[in-house]
Design a binder for this molecule. Structure first.
Ligand SMILES: [Zn+2]
Ligand SMILES: [Zn+2]
Length: 98
């Protein structure tokens, strides 16, 4: 039965979290956004694809309330830049090898 999928049942109110006081972004403090319920919640309030409790390693998070996938990061995730090399950097690294 998937009847209740995509419907807010109000259970999310229990998981709802406030905006971090120190001004850091919600996503970077581990909060996720359920667009169906319209609330931010902690990722511990979600389950993974198999319905198991979410951990730090869980990539796909689902809202326990509406069973829909939640967003765990902003569209343009800040902070990933330093992991990605620019073409110039890769070129430089290749050159070092020879
Ligand atoms: Zn809800
Ligand atoms: Zn939800």
């Amino acid at each position: 039965m998937h009847e209740d999928k995509g419907t807010c049942k109000g259970a999310c109110k229990e998981y709802k979290v406030r905006k971090p006081r120190d001004g850091t972004s919600r996503y970077s403090s581990g909060q996720v956004r359920c667009q169906i319920c319209g609330v931010f919640m902690s990722r511990e309030s979600c389950h993974d694809r198999e319905g198991r409790p979410a951990t730090d390693e869980t990539v796909d998070l689902y809202c326990k309330c509406c069973n829909c996938m939640v967003r765990s990061r902003p569209r343009n995730k800040p902070g990933t830049k330093h992991n990605k090399k620019t073409p110039q950097e890769e070129y430089n690294e290749l050159r070092k090898k020879y």
